[in-house]
Design a protein. Structure first.
Length: 382
């Protein structure tokens, strides 16, 4: 197995090694996102800010920053994060803690998840997700089979990442806690952790989620609404019923881009959490299938990058980052279609939101960097 964790970085390899299909897939999702923001945000922009182009302009500002972070992710050797992960994880944890300080953290929808940066608000958990995945990839790749030991492998990992997860839950942000936990679980499974330990971790997680639901009544209400979506159609169930209406009215081909009706003061959060509902209404089954197909291609290309990775750390990092994007998107779609309770997690590359777009494109840049250094035909773990 390769033991050198500092691969040679050669700029001449960029055009030769870059995973073009992954980049094209990402661009396609970003373009769909631009179309949906233009279609869905004008009415809200005019109502809230007397400017129909308010959210569109901000989305393009975020996109400009995101393209810069994409380039940074491509140019910085991904092992740089591994060597400095303790500092990066510490910074991410402190930033999440700062969101709970009045005057610094921004309260919205009953939670403190954002920091006010002046020109925009930033959600630190987006950076924290990346750091948690880097730390997990480093821990799992440190020594072959180390995760089969609870004392030497799993316990230290759980103790470290448990701290930022608990702080994130305190915001509260149960959706991202579940997302990070799911990605780490998958990495541990791939890293050959013992099944009984994983099942034990799932049991502990279920217990902590149950406690969170009891502490925060709105989470319990979301579960009740999920189980009985038609009990209060004009109250607690209004969001999901309007989402069902938007999805069902799209049919095969949809009403046409810009022709949706539910975005006009009927479906809340139509350009962020429930943007997939408008995708279905305006683009129908065809556009919804294209989005799902692109996410499937993203998963295939990301796992392909992992399979060809030059280092064990690169292998686990590529799997983790790919799963972060895909699972996050699938959770958003599951919420819009009523499969999951409301979580407040954006649809990657498509939902409006600077933090998500900036970090999602950064993650793509890191995946592309891993693909540039993929010099072996067989995975290093084989």
């Amino acid at each position: 197995m390769e033991t050198n964790s500092k691969p040679i970085y050669n700029k001449k390899l960029i055009l030769k090694r870059i995973d073009t299909p992954l980049l094209v897939t990402t661009i396609a999702l970003v373009v769909i996102g631009i179309m949906m923001i233009i279609s869905t945000s004008s009415s809200v922009g005019f109502a809230a800010h007397h400017d129909s182009y308010y959210f569109i302009r901000r989305h393009f500002m975020y996109l400009g920053i995101a393209l810069c972070t994409l380039w940074m992710g491509m140019c910085i050797p991904h092992t740089w994060y591994k060597d400095r992960i303790w500092w990066l994880l510490g910074i991410g944890t402190v930033l999440v803690m700062m969101t709970m300080i009045p005057g610094i953290g921004v309260m919205a929808f009953g939670a403190r998840r954002w920091l006010n940066l002046g020109i925009m608000t930033f959600q630190p958990v987006e950076w924290l997700k990346f750091c948690v995945i880097v730390f997990a990839a480093k821990a799992i790749s440190a020594k072959p089979g180390i995760m089969q030991s609870f004392r030497k492998g799993l316990l230290p990992l759980f103790c470290v990442i448990g701290v930022p997860l608990l702080i994130t839950a305190k915001q509260p942000d149960l959706g991202n806690v579940l997302l990070m936990s799911a990605v780490v679980f998958c990495l541990l499974f791939v890293g050959q952790a013992r099944i009984r330990y994983l099942l034990g971790g799932v049991g502990v997680g279920v217990g902590l989620v149950s406690v969170s639901v009891l502490i925060f009544p709105y989470q319990l209400q979301r579960i009740k609404t999920f189980l009985n979506p038609f009990d209060d159609p004009l109250g607690k169930s209004y969001h999901i019923i309007q989402s069902f209406t938007a999805i069902g009215s799209g049919g095969l081909l949809g009403r046409g881009l810009g022709e949706g009706k539910l975005k006009y003061a009927y479906l809340p959060l139509q350009f962020s959490d429930f943007v997939f509902s408008i995708v279905c209404e305006e683009g129908g089954f065809v556009l919804a299938s294209i989005v799902l197909l692109l996410l499937g291609l993203f998963l295939i290309r990301g796992f392909g990058i992992a399979r060809r990775a030059a280092l064990p750390f690169s292998y686990y990092l590529a799997i983790g980052l790919t799963l972060q994007i895909v699972l996050q998107s699938l959770i958003n779609i599951a919420v819009a279609t009523g499969v999951f309770p409301t979580k407040g997690i954006p649809l990657a590359f498509i939902s409006f939101g600077g933090s998500s777009l900036i970090m999602s494109l950064f993650v793509v840049g890191v995946l592309l960097n891993i693909s540039m250094l993929s010099i072996q035909k067989k995975p290093p773990h084989s």
